[in-house]
Design a protein around this ligand. Structure first.
Ligand code: HPA
Ligand code: ZN
Length: 328
């Protein structure tokens, strides 16, 4: 109906999407077959991503590992990037995406294989649909501080225009942000942009990310509204928060209690710069339109608010000014 057409038509700018979690179940199984990998538990296309049944973050991350383990060569990365930018992107009204990569999620795969494969998929997707995109390398917070530094050194040793920054993801319970100060400072000195996940963490983690890691955006950040002073500061500094309503509600580990929707409403009402995306779309049974749909239903948001999210994401994007203008 009308709402559906509106949600599809609104141009979307996607700032919180993980490549490793954006691969369709069908493609995961295709790649498993290609590489002779047996998917544990005999999971098939219907059951691979058992939406809503991830008991905790660790179970979710184990399923993520299955997807990561079948992405191995240049063409695998080209293919998954192409698919998520076209079928999972341009076809749903996404005009620009800054996508997280997870090199530690693909054990044994050379970093260059990943970024070169993804770059080829990005170029093909732009040629076919016009969607633009960039890469953000996610440091894995389950890893040690030293291996995070090593990954940043690898990024610096293999410069590529399309790789514009770093993030910090995986298990928040294991890896508090302060562990990664050295890696983030090294990245900052090399001119890389910086963001970090803070989904279940306390408001104090937001300040650690901003002040010690040099973070410019916060991924999720739902608990910021528990602290009035930090919220006010983030409003004043126009710190972007990349929220993911469906993934955060399914993943009960977000610790958002009464659901991320309510917290997103509080964040919007507080005047924070909020953007909306889908995190790991097929794994959570969602996509770029569906996350808007969920907010339309739960919060009654309409066109004006969704357009605001897009403008926020344009502001929050790490494109340079000329490329931002080309988006509009
Ligand atoms: N949460 C945390 N880490 C991740 C995710 C996620 O949804 N996807 C890939 N790494
Ligand atoms: Zn995420």
């Amino acid at each position: 109906e009308r709402t559906e057409a509106m949600l599809l038509a609104i141009p979307k700018v996607s700032l919180h999407n993980h490549l490793i979690g954006a691969v369709s179940a069908r493609t995961v199984l295709d790649l498993a077959k290609k590489h002779g990998v047996t998917v544990e538990g005999g999971r098939d296309e219907a059951s691979l991503y058992d939406h809503g049944s991830y008991e905790d973050l660790d179970e979710f991350l184990r399923v993520l590992d299955v997807a990561g383990s079948v992405m191995r060569d240049h063409d695998d990365f080209r293919r998954v990037a192409y698919e998520t930018l076209t079928d999972g992107g341009a076809a749903l009204g996404v005009v620009h995406r800054e996508i997280f990569l997870s090199p530690p999620g693909h054990p044994g795969v050379p970093y260059r294989t990943i970024i070169e494969g993804v770059r080829e998929g990005m170029r093909e997707a732009e040629a076919d649909t016009g969607i633009t995109s960039r890469m953000i390398v996610g440091l894995c917070r389950n890893d040690t501080a030293a291996s995070a530094v090593e990954l940043v050194e690898e990024i610096i040793a293999n410069p590529m225009d399309e790789v514009i920054g770093i993030g910090l993801d995986y298990s928040e319970l294991i890896g508090p942000p302060a562990r990664f100060v050295e890696a983030f400072q090294l990245a900052g000195r090399a001119g890389l942009r910086r963001t970090a996940h803070s989904e279940s963490g306390p408001p104090a983690h937001v300040e650690v990310i901003l002040d010690q890691l040099g973070g410019e955006r916060i991924d999720h950040g739902y608990h910021v509204v528990d602290d009035e002073r930090i919220t006010r500061r983030c409003v004043e500094e126009r710190i972007p928060f990349t929220c993911t309503p469906v993934s955060s509600d399914i993943g009960r580990y977000s610790g958002s209690g009464d659901g991320s929707h309510r917290r997103i409403a509080q964040m919007v009402d507080a005047g924070l710069l909020v953007t909306i995306d889908s995190d790991d779309p097929p794994m959570f049974g969602t996509d770029a339109v569906n996350d808007y749909r969920a907010l339309a239903r739960a919060l009654g948001y309409g066109r004006a608010q969704f357009e605001r999210f897009t403008w926020n994401a344009v502001e929050a994007s790490w494109l340079d000014a000329t490329d931002k203008l080309a988006l509009t």
